[in-house]
Design a protein around this ligand. Structure first.
Ligand SMILES: [Fe+2]
Ligand SMILES: [Fe+2]
Length: 193
C-alpha cells in the first residue's frame, strides 16, 4: 500500500517501513545509473582529442595496467563524471558520489584532482598553475600529483589503450555494493536504510 501523508512530519513508522523497503532495490541500482551517466558522456568532446567517456575509460585503463587496486581504478573511471551537472565543480561532484564507498585517501584525491590537474594548463587560462602547492604538506599530496601525472593527464590519446566500459562494470558493482559510511548509519553501525 502506498503512503498517504502530505507532510513528511506526519509520516508514521509504518510509512517509513514501506519507504525503506523501496530503498534497498533503489540503492542496489546505483551502479546502473552510474553506467548510464558514463554512457551519456560518449561523443561529448568539448574540444578535447577524445570524448569524455573515452577519457574516463582511458584514465581507468592506465590505472589498472599500472597495478592500482580496484577501488582506485573505479575512482579513476568516475573522476570526471560530474562534468555534465557540475561543470564549475566537477571534482567535488565525483568526490561526493564516491565518498560513502571509498577510502579517505581516494576521496581526497578525486576531490582535489581538478586543482592538481590545473598544473598542466591553468597558466594557459590566466590562472595559477601552482594552486596545488597549498597542499604540499598534505599526506595525500603525492598520491594526487601521481593520479594526474600518470593517469588523468595522459588519458587524452586517441591511439591510447581504452578498455571498454563492460570491463570495469564488475569492479564498479563491487565497490558500490555497500557503503563504508552513511548518514543513515545508526549508533551501533547498522544501516537504517
Ligand atoms: Fe577532472
Ligand atoms: Fe580527467
Amino acid at each position: 500500500m502506498g503512503t498517504t501523508f502530505t507532510n513528511i512530519g506526519n509520516a508514521s513508522a509504518e510509512d517509513w517501513a514501506g519507504i525503506t523497503g523501496h530503498f534497498a532495490p533503489f540503492a542496489a541500482a546505483l551502479p546502473d545509473r552510474i553506467l548510464d551517466q558514463l554512457r551519456q558522456m560518449e561523443g561529448d568532446y568539448g574540444g578535447f582529442p577524445v570524448d569524455r567517456l573515452t577519457h574516463c575509460l582511458q584514465t581507468a585503463t592506465r590505472a589498472h595496467r599500472a597495478g592500482e587496486d580496484e577501488e582506485y581504478v573505479v575512482c579513476a573511471l568516475l573522476h570526471d563524471i560530474g562534468d555534465a551537472l557540475g561543470p564549475y565543480n566537477h571534482a567535488d561532484y565525483a568526490a561526493v558520489m564516491l565518498q560513502p564507498f571509498v577510502s579517505e585517501a581516494n576521496h581526497w584525491m578525486i576531490e582535489k584532482h581538478a586543482i592538481f590537474q590545473g598544473f598542466y594548463f591553468f597558466h594557459h587560462l590566466g590562472l595559477d598553475r601552482n594552486l596545488r602547492d597549498q597542499f604540499k604538506d598534505h599526506p595525500y599530496y603525492r598520491r594526487t600529483v601521481e593520479f594526474c601525472a600518470l593517469y588523468d593527464g595522459p588519458a587524452f590519446d586517441p591511439a591510447g589503450e581504452t578498455l571498454p566500459l563492460a570491463f570495469f562494470e564488475p569492479m564498479l558493482r563491487r565497490v558500490f555494493a555497500a557503503p563504508k559510511r552513511s548518514l543513515y548509519q545508526r549508533a551501533d553501525g547498522e544501516l537504517a536504510y
